[in-house]
Design a protein around this ligand. Structure first.
Ligand code: K1U
Ligand code: ZN
Length: 173
């Protein structure tokens, strides 16, 4: 297992649409294990493969609160939102690709998701609360969508400019 470097805004890789996974191979299992390790190290509660530069439709999530709590790692391959509630929820979101920036986003409060597990079996889950928010945030990553896309143009441009400045400074150093 390995901790892989995170792709950070404004890298255009984050705007790629990820490709579906055909079969669960040992390489896919290693990628999922690396994603979990990278997510725990960050630390974060979710990660999409594109955030480590791999354009495959794979998401990892663990909502367990602290290091003392038992880990509950979840892996979703080819996740598809198949139902969303009319009711919405506003939740503060962050993103490992936009470090230390948090804003409230409104999304459907509950969803149903179809996905493939690491045994290659099709599964469905119903999610609400933070899990529903996190799954929608991660599925957006697979489609090249970032949570800042839901903010006002002013806020989105401000944060994008801030991260572009940092990237320019780092590439000159
Ligand atoms: O996809 C990502 O960039 C990960 C992101 C997931 C997410 C968080 C909140 C709402 C929606 C989606 C994060 O994990 S940001 C970091 C974070 O939320 C966190 C970090 C340490 C402890 C607890 C939470
Ligand atoms: Zn994110």
């Amino acid at each position: 297992m390995a901790i892989r470097p995170l792709v950070i805004l404004p890298d255009s890789v984050l705007r790629q649409v990820s490709a579906p996974v055909d079969t669960i191979t040992p390489e896919i299992k290693t990628l999922a294990a690396d994603m979990l390790e990278t997510m725990y190290d960050a630390p974060g509660i979710g990660l999409a493969a594109i955030q480590i530069g791999v354009p495959k439709r794979i998401v990892t999530i663990d909502l367990s609160k602290s290091d003392d709590e038992e880990k509950v790692p979840m892996v979703f391959v080819n996740p598809e939102v198949i139902w969303t509630s009319e009711e919405t929820n506003v939740h503060e979101e962050g993103c490992l690709s936009i470090p230390e920036y948090y804003e409230e986003v409104e999304r459907p409060a509950a969803i149903k998701l179809r996905y493939m597990d690491l045994d290659g079996k099709t599964q469905e889950i119903a999610a609400e609360g933070l899990l529903a928010t996190c799954l929608q945030h991660e599925v957006d990553h697979l489609n090249g969508v970032l949570f800042i896309d839901y903010l006002s143009r002013l806020k989105r441009e401000r944060v994008t400019k801030r991260f572009a400045k940092v990237a320019k400074r780092e590439s000159a150093a």
